[in-house]
Ligand binder design. Structure first.
Ligand code: RIB
Length: 336
């Protein structure tokens, strides 16, 4: 179906192309209200959408930045997207794509074809060398955050994952827990490996190892599916590597009428906005997601403005948010 052009709008409104262009670009003050109304009505009836590439050619340059995340549904990434959209300057357009490992190359191609001038990767890049060569050849800078914790060759925003895992272990140990389960996703990304390392390292300072290690999918259903093994392990606490899985675990324990934290303490990771609405409210390690998104966007725009800048890295701390889902270990002898 032929794309509606500005010429079609002018013809339908009975005015010149120049008049349509000026009115639709808020420069039509010299036209009467009736003319403006006719143009807007013709535009809406025809469903005309200005061609941004053509507009860029006319010097009203809006920079287009692509952001690739693994999922739009996971609250962590939804918040990243929201924070970028909310902080985008008026001369920058953003386009967001969700992609799996398998569809990542296609996602990159499609964004490059749409004319993105820079990319932000909020998901793991399996074939980094290939992606790097492809983007370098096209002079498209990119920034990595979150799941690409160990790339040092690019602009990056990181959080202190190791410390986050360590905080979770310290918190549970401070409550007297020694039989602590670790629940983590099947496909462990760089940042989650660091989270796990911090947790194991802190356990080891007390000569502890996890009572059990359960791998599942990075989702609420994944958490739910882990509950049987968690109960079987007789752990008194569990560190779960993101809030979504932790929410699934809470649901599964509730189905079995197992009380949190009386029977078992649960700590998650992210502090997405669900955490404080759970029953019980979820103790977790808070990532500054909003700042991560805003900062990542600022940095990649700075890279576009100054291509030869030295490497940019931003490092954010995480923090322990204690709520109802963690409590002192129950003394098996019955006295607290
Ligand atoms: O909830 C999504 C998880 O995957 C977060 O912990 C984030 O760090 C991402 O890696």
């Amino acid at each position: 179906m032929r794309k509606i052009s500005i010429k079609d709008v002018a013809k339908k409104a009975g005015v010149s192309i120049a008049a349509v262009s000026q009115i639709l670009n808020n420069k039509g003050q010299r036209f009467s209200e009736a003319t403006t109304e006719k143009v807007l009505q013709a535009r809406d009836e025809l469903g005309y959408v200005p061609n941004s590439a053509a507009r860029n050619l006319k010097g009203r340059h809006k920079r287009l930045i692509g952001i690739i995340v693994p999922s739009f549904r996971m609250p962590f990434f939804a918040d990243i997207i929201q924070s970028m959209q909310a902080s985008a300057p008026s001369d920058v357009n953003l386009v967001f794509l969700g992609s799996t490992d398998e569809s990542l190359q296609d996602a990159i191609f499609s964004l490059v074809e749409r004319g993105v001038e820079a990319l932000v990767f909020g998901r793991h890049i399996p074939n980094r060398a290939e992606v790097n060569t492809f983007l370098k050849k096209r002079n498209i800078p990119y920034l990595v955050l979150d799941q690409n914790a160990d790339i040092n060759a690019h602009d990056m925003v990181q959080t202190n994952e190791f410390t986050g895992g360590s905080m979770a272990a310290s918190h549970l140990m401070s409550l007297g827990h020694r039989d602590i389960a670790l629940i983590l996703p099947n496909n462990l990304t760089d940042n989650m490996r660091q989270r796990r390392a911090g947790f194991l390292d802190t356990l080891s300072t007390a000569n502890l190892t996890p009572k059990t290690i359960i791998t599942t999918t990075l989702s609420k259903h994944g958490g739910l599916a882990a509950v049987h093994q968690l109960i079987q392990s007789k752990s008194t606490a569990a560190f779960i590597l993101n809030d979504e899985m932790a929410i699934g675990v809470l649901r599964g324990l509730a189905y079995q009428d197992i009380k949190v934290p009386d029977d078992i303490s649960i700590i998650g990771y992210d502090d997405t906005d669900y955490a404080e609405f759970m029953i019980p409210t979820l103790t977790t390690i808070a990532q500054p997601v909003w700042e991560i998104g805003e900062t990542a966007l600022k940095m990649i725009i700075r890279r576009l403005d100054h291509p030869n800048l030295p490497l940019q890295t931003e490092f954010f701390d995480v923090k322990l948010v204690i709520r109802e889902s963690t409590g002192p270990v129950k003394n098996t002898k019955g006295n607290h």
